[in-house]
Ligand binder design. Sequence first.
Ligand code: EZ4
Ligand code: CO
Length: 409
Amino acid sequence: MKIVAADIIVSSPDRNFVTLKITTDEGITGLGDATLNGRELSVASYLRDHVAPLLMGRDAHRIEDTWQFLYRSAYWRRGPVTMAAIAAVDVALWDIKAKAAGMPLYQLLGGASRTGIMAYGHASGRDIPELFDSIRRHLDEGFRSIRVQTSVPGINAVYGVAAQPSSTGQRYDYEPAQRTPLPVEEDWDTRAYLRHLPQVFEAVRSEFGPELPLLHDGHHRMTPIQAAKLGKALEPYDLFWLEDCTPAENQEALRLVRQHTTTPLAIGEVFNTVWDYQTLIREQLIDYVRSAVTHTGGITAMRKLLDFAAQYQIKSGIHGPTDISPVGMAAALHLDLAIHNFGIQEYMKHTPLANEVFRQSFTFTDGYLHPGDQPGLGVELDEEAAARFPYEPAYLPFNRLKDGTVHDW
Ligand code: EZ4
Ligand code: CO
């Protein structure tokens, strides 16, 4: 079965998505997600200008060979743009192979290891009452695990709080990117955050009890010693995980955090290869791998990464924000269902417009996701609908401290 076309579709149903569609001479098509929030066109160009021409005439069944060819023949390895492009090709080829087999993709990955995929939702509020309302709303929607993010007194705009004012009025749900010509400036004060957060978790635990799994995202803002302090302070509230406590390009930094706290640690949404985890996994410095299928080279690379993690009792916590398209989410769900060391899946709902462009077969019942049993990934792209929503520039925000210094966002 030969590849005869590779089309790159950039569309913006409420937010930008980059989708690769591979077509074979047997008429089977496959979809891959290549969305890189705020840098979408770089991956579209990488695919259109440098990858699509190399795919013509290749055997669509040779997934591993194609992965190795794209990774090694580029010479310039790794990085989010390269790895998102390779991921899109990889996922599209798995979609094709599973459609050709007449099976849902998870069957080709070894079959289901569980009946459903535990998902966590994003609750947030500017204050405690608003946060409680948001948690209750998520529980009503069926979520059985909840990420908790709040505003911090003295800080105007904090990552992860849905109801914050946006400069454009365009922001929806918790999507942090905004359709502005320049990145929006937010502010940050780590000491104020460290003082405030334990009180928030104290309040949430006393309202919602000890059972509910609670998560929190530190979003790369702390030094190792600050992260250690926070992990320790949160121990009484029994978090499911503390995510991205430090920027983590420096894997050794997590040794210090780990020595000081038993709060479970999750990291890796900005990572793109297994090498970013080498020390973290071998020294068991983390508990959950946060990579996205979309940003870490696709199913082929994620499977190897998660199998490596499994030898060290480290579990999956695949990144699933709205900037992962429904195609990238479907790939994550098939993997989640098949692997043994599944931990939890992040799930932010896409908007009705996005769901009009991407027709999906997954289900969400009583807090559990399932990818469905259609052959392939189970996602169809409505190209006419996609064409109605052309690309719009959008950027993630950035942070400045009170004295004007740029800080990690
Ligand atoms: O900020 O995906 O855990 N989820 C996150 C996300 C990221 C966005 C960036 O594009 O941290 O909300
Ligand atoms: Co995160």
